[in-house]
Design a protein around this ligand. Structure first.
Ligand SMILES: [Zn+2]
Ligand SMILES: [Zn+2]
Ligand SMILES: [Zn+2]
Length: 145
């Protein structure tokens, strides 16, 4: 497993370091994690890491196409290692839980603007906001009280 991660880093032109390996492991174990989650997970694996080092590593891995950054409105960025497809996300407004959903179309951009104003459009950023099943259930329960 860690062998594959090392190879993956090299294939993307990223010099292998203990910090980068640890960040990659956390992101693949905890899809849609925040930078804080990553910092916590990396500390468990290799001891101390500065917040800045976490951010720098995440930025590098995103730039190199190894991980994807999702930036939902009004909440911290999330990271995942599912890259190279055009999948979207369902996010719960109450608890923030995030789930992958395949794109109905498949390739980007899967939505076409009514007017493109001469732009060459290559992506439509789609996030489905709503309430997750667990929050729906607890809403129903609290109404019963
Ligand atoms: Zn929820
Ligand atoms: Zn995802
Ligand atoms: Zn789509």
């Amino acid at each position: 497993m860690s062998h594959d991660v090392k190879r993956l880093l090299r294939e993307h032109g990223v010099h292998v370091t203990a910090q980068r390996l640890a960040v990659m492991r956390v992101v693949s174990d905890r899809p849609h994690c925040t930078a804080d989650d990553v910092a916590e997970g990396v500390r468990v694996q290799i001891g101390a890491i500065s917040r800045q080092a976490v951010y720098d590593t995440l930025r590098l891995l995103v730039e190199k196409g190894l991980i994807r950054r999702i930036q939902p409105a009004h909440s911290p960025a999330r990271y995942e290692d599912r890259v190279g497809d055009n999948h979207h996300h369902l996010i719960c407004r109450s608890c923030g839980s995030t789930v992958d959903v395949d794109c109905a179309v498949g390739e980007a951009p899967c939505l076409t603007p009514a007017i493109d104003a001469g732009y060459e459009v290559d992506e439509a950023e789609v996030i489905y906001w709503g309430t997750c099943p667990a929050c729906l259930r607890s809403n129903v329960n609290s109404k019963d009280d």
